[in-house]
Design a protein around this ligand. Structure first.
Ligand SMILES: O=c1[nH]c(=O)c2[nH]c(=O)[nH]c2[nH]1
Length: 307
């Protein structure tokens, strides 16, 4: 979207970041639903005069963008997925303002989960879970859509069925080869749906919420393997690839997936003093760390994907 101004190339966008909103829906029988969203909006619009000529007449004020989040949340009388809310917001900006050609809406959903009290799901009580649902919707005036969902902060750990062998050994290598170690990571995933227009997405308001739960389930099941026997991981790289492949094999409407999986190290503890060994490591006592950590990431796409 670069344009030429005064002999330069110029690219610009403006928006509002981190607008926080919570929305409650109540059924007639007293059951409540709640979502909490952190919304960021970025508009590509024809407002170059504000940069060059002190003329703001083509500017959508970022304060108006913020208000629009609350107005649209109010308008959503039925519960809907965070994806559908992002699309609704983006659609509004490209259709309402002639200056706006593209709207980019990013949302992070806080994981409020219904609390169980005395074994029963509470009607209006929630507790905060761990991993967060993310979405990016990019909508153009033409009606074209790019929809990317994701999860961040999905922390997983297994205490065995992991090893790392056969890597390059040289004069700086100290790491022993092993077929027995802890494997811990905090998964960040982003997957792009194949839908390319507003008119091609499902009309079910919670379609993408169900998809999000299904993708998470496939990622987690592939990481751990079956409950009783697990699955051996020869490296974070191999496990990451299996997780990405399982996702694309399972969901035909996902075209590509990016996974970031830091290798969060749990170090063997061995302690000695002059009198001898105080603690001898026997795959039992570890020093948990958060830095430094390995950093492993990859994107797997179908040949025709645009990610
Ligand atoms: O699964 C792993 N992948 C690596 O690339 C790596 N490097 C390292 O030191 N340990 C590990 N583990």
């Amino acid at each position: 979207m670069a344009e030429k101004v005064e002999g330069f190339n110029f690219e610009q966008r403006h928006g509002k970041e981190r607008v926080r909103v919570a929305r409650v829906w109540k059924t007639n029988d007293g059951k409540h639903y709640v979502v909490e969203w952190r919304v960021s909006i970025s508009l590509l619009s024809d407002c170059v005069n504000s940069y060059l000529h002190d003329d703001n007449s083509d500017i959508v004020a970022t304060d108006t963008m913020k208000n629009t989040v609350y107005a649209k949340a109010k308008e959503c009388s039925e519960m809907l997925s965070v994806e559908n809310f992002a699309i609704e917001l983006a659609k509004h900006f490209v259709s309402f303002y002639k200056q706006v050609t593209t709207a980019i809406v990013n949302i992070v959903e806080k994981p409020w989960e219904r609390i169980i009290v005395d074994g029963q799901p509470h009607m209006h009580g929630f507790k905060l879970g761990s991993e967060r649902h993310t979405v990016e919707a990019i909508v153009k005036k033409t009606g074209s859509l790019q929809l990317t969902s994701g999860v961040e902060g999905l922390s997983v750990l297994k205490t065995t069925k992991s090893g790392f062998e056969g890597f390059i050994r040289d004069k700086y290598t100290a790491l022993p080869e092993t077929r027995e170690r802890m494997l811990a990571t905090e998964v960040t995933a982003r997957w792009r749906y194949s839908y390319e227009s507003l008119s091609s997405i499902s009309q079910k308001p919670l379609y993408f919420t169900e998809k999000y739960e299904d993708v998470k389930r496939v990622l987690v099941e592939t990481f751990f393997g079956p409950p009783n026997v697990g699955v051996y991981s020869p490296s974070v790289q191999s496990t990451l690839y299996q997780m990405a492949r399982a996702t694309l094999n399972r969901f035909p409407d996902i075209d590509s997936i990016q996974l970031k999986m830091p290798n969060i190290h749990f170090l063997p503890v061995n302690i000695s003093n002059a009198g001898g060994q105080i603690v001898k490591f026997n795959d039992d006592v570890y020093l948990p760390t958060d830095e430094p950590h390995g950093s492993i990431q990859a994107t797997l796409s179908r040949f025709w994907s645009k990610m």
